[in-house]
Ligand binder design. Structure first.
Ligand code: SF4
Ligand code: SF4
Length: 236
């Protein structure tokens, strides 16, 4: 598989499945056969994943990326052996970190739910092509990743303002909005990837979608209370 296909979610899924280390091998930078240069993307994904790992208490040395060509079998063996030795020294996931395995899996699971959001927030940086290795550490700083988790956004539909026009429901990319004719629409927070589309497309005359920063959205309105009662027009 091309290293450019490696998604942030693959790395955290490996840790969630109990892997003690994750190794990614890609072609040499600037030697990609395709114009996509996916290996630069793989590098950025790894740099971002390491910051996220640090945020949740996983030693970032448990993740490694190396670049080599198909003709460099010796190099491949050498870097894999070196990484395996390093991971063996670190021990099972959670041991050197001093975190109970269940707690660690819980943290990985929480982070995994936020991966689409993390990618949206960092999409420009993920598209970078870093040519100077001294820039690697600077692409994602620990402070900005810690702040990202502190200021996670949620979107909430205000039942008092929603007029059931369904614009948001039609535009949501992951079918996270429930609603029907004359029914207040609600967001399923478990499905929502926090793309902000509903916030942008709700007509300004309704302004029903609210962006909430750093705290969870209120619980959705129960189904039996979602009917919209249109105000009767007053006689002139
Ligand atoms: S923020 Fe995006 S994913 Fe979430 S409900 Fe709105 S449109 Fe759907
Ligand atoms: S676009 Fe706004 S008014 Fe229309 S259904 Fe969605 S939240 Fe309600």
């Amino acid at each position: 598989m091309c290293s450019g296909r490696v998604d942030l979610s693959f790395i955290f899924r490996a840790f969630q499945n109990g892997m003690d280390g994750v190794f990614i091998g890609g072609c040499h930078l600037n030697e990609c056969n395709y114009i996509t240069h996916g290996n630069y993307h793989a590098l950025n994904v790894v740099l971002l994943a390491k910051r996220v790992m640090q945020h949740i208490g996983i030693n970032p040395d448990r993740l490694n990326i190396e670049f080599m060509s198909g003709a460099e079998a010796n190099l491949f063996v050498e870097v894999v052996n070196r990484f395996v030795d390093k991971v063996k020294k670190l021990g099972p996931l959670g041991s050197t970190e001093g975190i109970d395995q269940n707690e660690l899996r819980k943290r990985v699971s929480e982070v995994s739910k936020l991966i689409p959001y993390i990618k949206i927030v960092n999409q420009e940086k993920l598209a970078s092509r870093l040519t100077d290795p001294t820039d690697y550490e600077k692409l994602f700083t620990q402070d900005e990743i810690d702040a990202l988790f502190k200021e996670v956004v949620s979107y909430y539909i205000d039942p008092a303002k929603c007029q059931a026009c369904s614009t948001c429901l039609k535009r949501c990319p992951v079918v996270a909005i429930e609603g029907g004719k004359l029914q207040v629409h609600v967001i399923d927070q478990d499905k929502c990837i926090k793309c902000g589309t509903c916030f942008e497309v709700c007509p300004p005359k309704f302004g029903a979608v609210t962006k909430i920063v750093g705290e969870p959205a209120p619980p959705p309105l129960p189904l039996e209370k979602r009917a919209i009662v249109r105000k009767a027009k007053t006689a002139s």
